[in-house]
Ligand binder design. Structure first.
Ligand code: NAD
Length: 427
């Protein structure tokens, strides 16, 4: 069984468990276990060498009962239809749990952008649009950047879409650079969203944030803005963990009196890799990679990669840890999840905690459709309201039904989608 098959099997398994708890009938279960539609296609590209190379692409729309499908496009050499199906399914639950009027989709191309020139990448972007144009659009399916794609790819795709359709439709795709339809606040949105949830969770746990310490894994986009916001809110981030380019392995960087996120950003590259020598010179302790888990802190934020908090590491959590906020996608393995539940640590699940990014993408689309742009403060204020409301809806349900936060989040998300399908008469 391939790793990728496991991702979709896992997404279906998670769904089956919640469907059982919700008592969904057989027809609804079958509808929601599968993508509504998917497209597999080829993109022939004349390479710089003069030879034609054929790339394989996908677009999967898991569900669009609550609104146009929404989700990124990944460029990855190991991309498969099953990874894309799983990610599309998770997008449906993510847009639903934060209650934005969108569904879930995902796309991909099997390729390694590191090995492609800009011109070749542009041809792949334009070819991708040529193949999916009948299936996507501002009122059907709104793509975005994801692994190894960024604003430039989105603009090539937008340009091709507009060439074919003959209009200006900036709301067709999100993640565009500011000034060409992008939204202010997008860079900070995911990390800030994590911390809006943390702020609210600490209130529910009756913990004073000014007396709380946090340990964060990662120092990329999500982790950097999580660290900055936690400090803005009065808390102290005592360590961050990230990759080191010299030794080709990760380390934990610790400063007991609080890391300075702005300083660390100045000494890190655009991939979130801190310069170890400069950190050491500034008085940071350089500890082994996994040390971020073993700290005397109240809040843990895994914000680097999937499968980081494992069954082996979870028993090393200090008794001080009261809250885990999953900034990354899938950072907690099922074995670790059980231990966290047994220890009654509050866990804000990934598809709620890191939904600030897609919420801001939705705001980008709204601004595009109005052709009227908000200030950064307006965007972040609206983001705070959405994330705060979503967090409390999940925490209230978890309390009322005495269920784990992850289960409560799935129950809310799946029930909303099932209800929309039911009202439409689909099942
Ligand atoms: P990024 O590439 O900007 O940063 C990743 C960070 O993780 C880097 O600092 C890197 O050094 C560190 N890292 C990599 N391997 C590590 C290891 N083994 N140990 C410790 N640190 C390690 O990525 P990002 O955009 O910040 O995304 C992080 C996670 O959040 C991913 O799971 C991503 O899918 C998820 N996510 C991101 C967004 C977003 O808007 N950026 C939205 C939702 C979810």
């Amino acid at each position: 069984m391939s790793k990728q098959f496991n991702a979709f099997a896992m997404a279906q398994q998670q769904f089956d468990g919640v469907a059982e708890k919700l008592g969904l009938d057989a027809g609804m279960r079958e509808l929601l276990r599968w993508p509504r539609r998917e497209l597999h296609f080829t993109i022939p590209v004349k390479m710089d060498s003069g030879q034609v190379k054929v790339f394989h692409g996908f677009r999967v729309q898991h569900n669009d009962a609550r609104g146009p499908a929404k989700g990124g496009i990944r460029f990855h050499p190991d991309e498969t239809i099953d990874t894309v199906r799983a990610l599309a399914t998770w997008m449906t639950w993510k847009t639903s749990v934060v209650d934005i009027p969108l569904g879930g989709g995902k796309g991909g191309v099997i390729c390694d952008p590191h090995l492609l020139s800009d011109r070749e990448q542009e041809q792949i972007c334009r070819g991708w649009i040529g193949q999916v144009v009948r299936l996507v659009g501002p009122v059907q399916d709104v793509p975005a950047p994801d692994v190894m794609t960024h604003g430039q790819h989105m603009l090539w795709m937008l340009d091709e879409y507009e060439k074919i359709t003959g209009g200006r439709y900036p709301g067709f795709i999100t993640g565009k650079p500011v000034g060409v339809g992008g939204s202010l606040g997008r860079t900070e949105a995911t990390g800030y969203g994590v911390m809006y949830c943390v702020r609210e969770a600490l209130k529910r746990l009756s913990l004073d944030i000014s007396k709380c310490r946090a340990s964060i894994q990662g120092f990329g986009n999500v982790a950097q803005y999580s660290a900055k916001k936690f400090a803005d809110l009065g808390g102290k981030v005592v360590c961050v963990a990230c990759w080191d380019n010299t030794d080709k392995k990760p380390y934990t960087y610790k400063k007991a009196d609080g890391v300075d996120a702005d300083f660390l950003m100045k000494i890190s590259d655009r991939f979130g890799t801190v310069d170890k020598a400069k950190a050491k010179a500034a008085g940071y302790e350089v500890l082994p990679a996994e040390a971020w888990v073993e700290q005397e802190v109240e809040v843990l934020v895994p914000a680097a990669l999937e499968n980081q908090l494992t069954g082996e590491l979870a028993p090393k959590l200090k008794p001080t840890v009261k809250l885990i906020a999953e900034g990354a996608n899938g950072p907690t393995t099922p074995e670790a999840d059980k231990i966290i539940q047994q220890r009654k640590i509050m866990d804000i699940p990934d598809f709620l905690a890191n939904a600030g990014g897609v919420t801001c993408s939705y705001f980008e689309q709204v601004q595009n459709n109005m052709n009227f742009y908000w200030t950064r403060d307006e965007v972040l204020q609206r983001l705070d309201e959405k994330m705060t409301a979503a967090f409390h809806a999940v925490a209230d349900l978890a309390q009322r039904k005495e269920v784990y936060m992850r289960d409560a989040a799935y129950m809310i998300a799946i029930e909303r989608v099932a209800n929309a399908c039911h009202l439409r008469g689909w099942a």
